[in-house]
Ligand binder design. Sequence first.
Ligand SMILES: C[S@@+](CC[C@H](N)C(=O)[O-])C[C@H]1O[C@@H](n2cnc3c(N)ncnc32)[C@H](O)[C@@H]1O
Length: 179
Amino acid sequence: MEKKEDGISMGNKKYNACIHTGFQKHDDYMTPKSAWENIQQFIPKDKVIWEAFYGDGKSGDYLKELGFKVIHQEVDFFTSDLGEIIVSNPPFSLDLIKPIMYRLKELDKPFILILPSQKINSQYMRNTFKDKLQIIIPNGRINFNKLVGDKIVECKNKCAFDCFYYCYKMDLPNDITWL
Ligand SMILES: C[S@@+](CC[C@H](N)C(=O)[O-])C[C@H]1O[C@@H](n2cnc3c(N)ncnc32)[C@H](O)[C@@H]1O
């Protein structure tokens, strides 16, 4: 995999490392505070968290409100390397999540990522973190808030898919944790 200044190339395909996802409209779903409250006991308070995908910036605020040290800046994930642990909800679309998982492998930092549960079956997950992940299963669906322009619109309908918290090097007591 060849790294470029503005993104990552895999084979002939170049992945756009866009921060503003105006054209990635399915990726502008923001994490509710409850999603971080529910797993706060698994995140160490003495480490600096990098909330690596900015969105509207609220997710980092929520983590700070819970007492964590957080870096949450509008920087390009692919060309940055911040904090000690990555805790985030990244874009889910295939053209971004695939290079994101390869970049995470390269960074080799502990992480907790919110991702749809079916991503566990993907080839890129197998190629990057097979046998290395621990999973936290939320009690019910996470209902994300949609960012429309610069306004948050609470989703009227419940989220159509289930998510897990995918954990790497977090040393959780169990490989599968049911909340
Ligand atoms: C699913 S949203 C979640 C935002 C936030 N982490 C949260 O939990 O509320 C994913 C966000 O990733 C951001 N993003 C997309 N490509 C990125 C990149 N290359 N580097 C950093 N952020 C990016 C976009 O702003 C998008 O809104």
